[in-house]
Design a protein around this ligand. Structure first.
Ligand SMILES: *Cc1c(COP(=O)(O)O)cnc(C)c1O
Length: 393
């Protein structure tokens, strides 16, 4: 049994492409072309060169001495926080902009919630000299002013979504509407392992450079290419998918996914999508999502803007349902404390999303001789104000 996507775009019961008929041509073009284009020597060379010289890969696998002493196990941190733009998201946008160019597209659209994916998209559009339109909920534009400024500085147009709750799902609806109206010249860069097939698989493949590097780095440091435990935080699931990718079918590796429990799983204010979710369709794929008994999407909550997505990618829904991965939820308070601990023990200020992955160390013990890798998905500069308010620094 494999945990990778099948020919039809499914991970077990989850995935597929549930889209309006108007989107068929765009999505079908991608389904038919993405594997062929990304397998060409020309694509691979451009992708590898940019990841190396522009993004700064390979990112280090760092043995965290003091954190390991505190938690009595061997902890390695995969330093995606050192990527250009401060997180893993740029691995995906580099891949998709090269794909868009190969498909002859000269205009890019994207959706963004907290603005991190918008910034990563605006960055690669500037790099390639391609027009960029980012849809963002009007409420999010108010809340995330620094990222809006970054996108504008990079030359992107930020269009406010004024419908519904004026947040991420409304921005996504606007982006889809734009794509329907501009099917020929426009590519839609989705920011996580969500959306209709082939997006979840395509994004996972671009992010899989993370686990490819971990294999090589562990071989050098530990004499074997796999860890005993592999931990990542999950919003839509892209940094986790990249960290898991080459280990999905290796039963020796215990995969751990950390979701945001917000104020607490049972409080109604959380983003613990897998545990609380029911089967449903969101943004073009069948997955687990938080919904009312009559199928209305429940607004998620987390102190970290990058984790409060009401659904989770179909790969992760399958990892949860099949029992392949261990799912743990961390609260706002646990994550904030873990962020402070990592800062003061290792001199690394993590993104609050990332801090959720570290929070489980308090409750989930590991053996002293076990090798544990945590994907350090991003840095905390963007979250300084939240940390300052929370700790009254
Ligand atoms: C966006 C983001 C996440 C959540 O997105 P995934 O697709 O689940 O990876 C996690 N960490 C950081 C630093 C982010 O910017």
């Amino acid at each position: 049994m494999s945990y990778h996507v099948n020919e039809k775009g499914y991970y077990g019961d989850f995935g597929g492409a549930y889209i309006p008929e108007m989107l068929y041509p765009n999505v079908q073009e991608l389904q038919q072309q993405y594997k062929r284009i990304t397998a060409t020597a020309e694509f691979k060379k451009s992708f590898d060169d940019l990841l190396k010289d522009y993004v700064g890969r390979p990112t280090p696998l760092y043995f965290a001495q003091r954190l390991s002493e505190k938690y009595q196990t061997k902890l390695y941190l995969k330093r995606e926080d050192l990527c250009h733009t401060g997180a893993h998201k740029v691995n995906n946008t580099i891949g998709q902009i090269l794909l868009a160019k190969a498909l002859g597209k000269n205009r890019i659209i994207a959706e963004t919630g907290a603005g991190q994916h918008g910034v990563a998209t605006a960055t690669v559009c500037a790099l390639m000299g391609i027009q960029c339109v980012v849809y963002m909920g009007a409420v999010d534009i108010q809340r995330q002013a620094p990222n809006v400024a970054r996108m504008k500085m990079l030359g992107a147009e930020v269009r406010p979504a004024q419908s519904g709750s004026k947040t991420l799902k409304d921005a996504t609806n606007e982006a889809i509407r734009d794509w329907i109206n501009n099917p020929v010249d426009t590519h839609y860069i989705i920011g996580s392992v969500v959306g209709p097939h082939p997006y979840p698989d395509m994004v996972a493949r671009f992010q899989s450079v993370i686990s490819e590097e971990i294999q090589q780095q562990l071989r050098e440091k530990e004499g074997r290419d796999y860890p005993d435990h592999l931990i990542a935080c999950v919003g839509g699931g892209s940094n986790a998918a990249g960290a898991y990718y080459h280990y999905l079918d290796n039963p020796k590796v215990n995969i751990i996914a950390v979701e945001a429990a917000g104020i607490g799983i049972d409080t109604g204010a959380s983003a613990a999508t897998s545990v609380l979710g029911k089967e449903g369709i969101i943004h073009g794929s069948k997955t687990l999502l938080m919904q009312t008994p009559d199928g209305q999407i429940i607004e998620p909550y987390s102190i970290s803007a990058g984790l409060d997505y009401p659904g989770v990618g179909p790969m992760h829904a399958h990892l949860f349902r099949s029992g392949r991965a261990e799912f743990i939820a961390a609260t706002d308070d646990e994550a904030m404390t873990a962020g402070l601990t990592l800062s003061q023990l290792e001199g690394i200020i993590p993104a609050i999303e990332t801090a959720h992955a570290f929070a489980i160390l308090e409750h989930r013990p590991f053996q002293p001789d076990e090798v544990v890798v945590i994907n350090l998905s991003g840095r905390g500069d963007k979250d300084l104000n939240t940390y300052i308010d929370y700790f009254k620094l």
